[in-house]
Design a protein around this ligand. Sequence first.
Ligand code: ADP
Length: 245
Amino acid sequence: MSPTHRAVRLDGVTKQYGDGAQAVVALSEVSLVVPGGEYVSIIGPSGSGKSTVLNVIAGLDVPTAGRVELCGHDLASLSDDARSDLRLRAVGFVFQAFNLFPTFTVEENVAWPLEFLGVRAAEARRRAGATLERVGVHGPARRRRPAELSGGEQQRVAIARALVTQPSVLLADEPTGNLDTRTGELILDLLRDLNRERGLTVVLVTHSAFAASYGKRTLEFRDGRVVRDVRVPLEERPVELAARR
Ligand code: ADP
């Protein structure tokens, strides 16, 4: 997909949970555009709507009002099947808790989305292997179960599973939240490289200012609204600092 393609567009998106006195407004008239190839960090306090906005972008949550466009498709205009299909092909999702299947091997975890899309098992295994190689999971580790891997390795596997269908957008919800600083940095380096080398659009939710600084742009949420939308100056990105060392 062309890097100039508009990956995500939200127009006046409101998401309310519950009714009446119990109502919680998780998102309040949020409008934003993420061009293809961008790397956006979403920051904000707990409860400010960060996870909800990722779920709405992925079509996992339906907004109460407003319009969500993903890779040029108005999500509301798609049937449930078409929406699931678009989600599987266009979006990769990475979570803080990795969310791998514990009884599957690493390779089976990564091959699964392809098999779900109807790719034959042998071909799915082949593509899973190539994607695992790309994220730095080699050889025997592929036949292990997730519990036999370190946290950093498990997150690499989760990223491989998110990328195996070659999506154009990667949504990541606190992907380094369960990792030590050094391991977290390696995962952020990997996402940065995928963004730079493949034009993968990255939207990453984080509490950490360091993690957020990998983005080219930071969106700050508060009370379900975007209160700040800033481009991160090149000299403040760890990437550029590292390159100069
Ligand atoms: P963040 O990711 O910034 O911590 P969330 O998007 O998870 O914030 O939540 C925003 C608000 O919506 C919070 O007040 C949260 O309690 C509420 N919320 C999120 N999901 C649900 C849900 N399924 N049911 C009810 N309230 C929810």
